[in-house]
Design a protein around this ligand. Structure first.
Ligand SMILES: *Cc1c(COP(=O)(O)O)cnc(C)c1O
Length: 355
């Protein structure tokens, strides 16, 4: 079916609340822009999409999302360059992925025309919220929830697709030490690990709290069967550097196919850095840490781009990683950000201009 993008309804705020926001002191994901995008699914099709003032939505307490967690989301960012042009980074990938996540959760796919026209109009309306400067961005959160009333455990016949946006500053996570999981799992074969399904994140909170009590900020999840292979962190894919070689786990139905991960692999190839995409044994990383060959571990994801990891714990042992002069992670972060902010050549065609 063809969706007509001219039918987007726009209802603007009377007065922007931007004056009330201190852009020098933003906590990630706490403040939202003036407008939001909303589109309901009913009677077997997506209805007229709308942009309206950011605010509460009303739902029946029996709506299926509250009971069965039928919900998926995405995370992307918009950047402003020195000439006030607004850019997205590989948004096509996020669009494809939200529909892939939706398919796995029995949610109807969202039309591409609506996704892009809604996103672009929303960004144009709220462009004052995207601040210039390396590190400033607008975090974009598209999501879909099951809104049908009734607690029978069936897929909903009604959904709401929304996009909300939150201004973000460069994110310094401080020192991140991770624990290699020995007991808990985030995903299993045949499960929903490869989908950005809301419930995947709720399931990580409790084990992550335990890891925090033990002095770690995050968990690196291992395979559910044997806990012998390192897979990914809760919101980041993970890279290991042994000597001058990068190693990362292959994506699977347990591992999220990160856009940043893919981009890092491509950049590494451009730089002739050897990348092995294969299963990563916990024991080989522990051994490489012991004999000094493990140079760095970093996470990749839209929120932080690259997140260096300063140490890890496994069983009762803790390992610290060296501070590197020639860190791969730092170099990838710098290169990716330069592409995102239109300060470097875009050899792979990753930038997307909001016109
Ligand atoms: C979103 C996410 C990532 C990172 O994906 P990007 O597309 O790079 O932002 C990695 N792992 C999980 C579990 C995620 O939810």
């Amino acid at each position: 079916m063809k969706y007509d993008t001219n039918q987007l309804e726009i209802n603007k705020v009377q007065k922007s609340k931007i004056e009330e926001v201190n852009f020098d002191n933003l906590v990630f994901g706490e403040i939202f822009t003036d407008h939001m995008f909303e589109c309901d699914y009913d009677n077997g099709q997506w209805q007229t999409p709308k942009i309206r003032p950011y605010g509460s939505i009303e739902m029946d307490p029996s709506a299926k999302v509250f009971h069965y967690g039928q919900a998926v989301f995405e995370g992307m960012k918009a950047y402003k360059d020195e000439d006030d042009q607004i850019w997205l980074f590989r948004p096509e990938e996020n669009f494809k992925r939200i529909n892939k996540s939706s398919a796995r959760l029995a949610i109807p796919e969202f039309p591409k025309e609506f996704f892009f026209s809604g996103l672009e109009e929303l960004l144009k309306l709220d462009k004052a919220w995207i601040k210039k400067g390396f590190g400033n961005s607008l975090y974009i959160r598209p999501f879909v929830i099951a809104t049908e009333e009734g607690v029978s455990a069936n897929p909903s016949t009604k959904y709401k697709f929304m996009i909300i946006c939150s201004p973000a500053q460069a994110y310094y996570s401080g020192e991140v030490r991770v624990q290699f999981s020995e007991k808990y799992s985030r995903a299993a074969n045949g499960g929903v690990g490869a989908a950005k399904a809301a419930g995947n994140y709720a399931a990580q909170f409790y084990p992550t709290n335990l890891a925090k009590e033990a002095g770690f900020q995050q968990i690196i999840w291992t395979d559910a069967n044997t806990h012998e292979f390192l897979e990914e962190a809760g919101t980041m894919n993970i890279f290991f550097r042994i000597g001058d070689k990068l190693i990362t786990a292959p994506t699977s139905d347990r591992i999220l196919d990160g856009v940043t991960r893919k981009s890092v692999i491509d950049l590494a190839k451009d730089l002739n850095i050897e990348v092995e995409i294969r299963k990563v044994k916990v024991s080989e990383i522990v051994e490489a840490a012991r004999n000094g060959e493990l140079k760095e571990i970093f996470g990749s994801g839209t929120a932080t781009v690259i997140n260096p990891i300063s140490g890890f714990g496994y069983k009762d042992e803790k390992f610290e990683l060296p501070e590197l002069e020639d860190s791969y992670g730092k170099s990838f972060k710098d290169q990716l950000m330069k592409i995102q902010y239109n300060q470097a050549e875009d050899r792979h065609g990753w930038r997307y201009l909001i016109k």
